[in-house]
Design a protein around this ligand. Sequence first.
Ligand SMILES: Cc1ncc(COP(=O)(O)O)c(C=O)c1O
Length: 368
Amino acid sequence: MRLVANSGRGVLPPCPGPSGVRDFHRQLPGYAPTPLREAPRIAARAGVGRVLVKDEADRLGLPAFKVLGASWAVYRALLDHLGVPLGLSFDALAARLAGRGLVLTTATDGNHGRAVAHVARRLGLAAHIFVPAGTSPARIEAIEGEGASCQVVAGDYDDAVAVAATAGAGGIVVSDTSWPGYETIPGYVIEGYATILDEVEEAIDAGVEDAVGGGVDTVLVPIGVGALAAAVAQWFRCRGREVRLIGVEPDGAHCALASIEAGGIVEVPGPHTSIMAGLNCGRPSPVAWPWLSGGFNLFTAIDDEHAEAGMRALAAEGTVSGETGAAAAGALLAFGGEALGLAPDATVLVLSTEGATDPRLYAEIVGT
Ligand SMILES: Cc1ncc(COP(=O)(O)O)c(C=O)c1O
């Protein structure tokens, strides 16, 4: 368990203009804002005023937030590919793609690949998804259940990314992490996640604010390659809000924490074996990195037992959250508000980023 303050926050990149992503998500069948719930018992245990949990267990029919980034990135990448300007509806895009035989590919440790496969299926496209060795059968079945082909790569997530990066012939790589020369699509993924924050603000404006006395002042975010964290930093920092931003990683795959300590991107070598599968990443995404180093106040690393405790605590408050999804709640409980620099009356937003994505493991840990 580790905690590192980002004392000399770096310079933020230029803020992007409005993307129209929320309107894009609104037109997708099955779109609805996910719940924002109070978690009074977690707040009491952590010694903070209030905890709000954004519950991403059911997002556009999938059990994780990732489809927000995947859907927007696939849409934008396909418009770019066809040379069509923004504005075409998702259905009209599907019609334009008929018969073209395009294949979408990506690497994943579960949720992103499943989301890309799901969006490909909605568009009538094929998908080929690379996963690292050791990916649980439940996660592979879920990807194949979306009609995609799934290939296991010898090695870890970063090895799977390297294979996917060169496998684009005849297809389009829709990766959530970036590398030199491949930055545009991972940037779209980050943009796509803004819908979560837009919904949180909307819920607060609609009345939760009265209950919490003035809105959120701290956000805990799980970090894998850092795309979600970059979206959070973009949202608050580009609106000039000095909200305290705290990143959470597994001990052993704490690539953002290690990079902050090193003063630039470094790799945390594998094997990465945490049950927080979505966070088993050895390198932060270069596109996300400046938002993390310039926007986050604190980076933490927790053990699997803390994620498990987070799962149980969230379950007791009515939120089903998987091993990765519960990392933020787990960190809040593991360190407690004081060690995280939070005032006793702080209002903390916890992103619970997935539901029971591996149902067997969830049942083993939570007991339901
Ligand atoms: C459920 C869940 N939460 C959080 C993350 C971390 O997101 P990012 O890789 O953008 O940092 C992932 C990544 O796969 C995930 O699956």
